[in-house]
Design a protein around this ligand. Structure first.
Ligand SMILES: [Cu+2]
Length: 137
């Protein structure tokens, strides 16, 4: 019976290892909420000479990831919003047909104008209607 006496503890160890690993596998792992979850994603289509939508609403105090999607084939545009005290200080060029993404965090509530700062031969894009409003709630 020497064989049995030596193999029994080994079997017990194997069984307990199996049982505990099985218990672990049964637990569901909940991943912690990622900081990305609070990012507000907004997309604006940029055309000649418009922003669509021209009014965007976001919550203050949370980062905004703004994608500017140019659908023009030739004319480059720009996105400017200039109120640094409110966390809004963006001045970025948008080449024709390209996507440009900017991130900012609005700090104050209110309505803030944005516009295209480009000028063509026939005058500024702003005068042609390339403007809109960022509403921070
Ligand atoms: Cu423009």
């Amino acid at each position: 019976m020497k064989f049995t006496a030596s193999i029994l503890p080994a079997l017990l160890i194997l069984f307990s290892a199996y049982a505990s690993s099985g218990a672990d596998a049964g637990q569901t792992q909940e991943s912690p909420p990622s900081p990305q979850a609070d990012v507000q994603k907004v997309e604006i289509v940029v055309d000649s000479y418009s922003f669509d939508p021209d009014t965007i609403k976001v919550a203050g105090g949370k980062p905004v990831e703004l994608t500017l999607r140019s659908v023009t084939s030739l004319v480059p545009h720009n996105f400017t919003i200039d109120d640094p005290a409110s966390g809004l200080n963006v001045d970025v060029d948008i080449p024709s047909g390209e996507d440009v993404t900017v991130t900012f965090t609005p700090l104050k509530t209110g309505k803030f104008p944005f516009y295209c700062g480009k000028k063509g031969l026939l005058g500024s894009h702003l005068k042609k209607g390339m403007k809109g409003t960022l509403e921070v709630m």
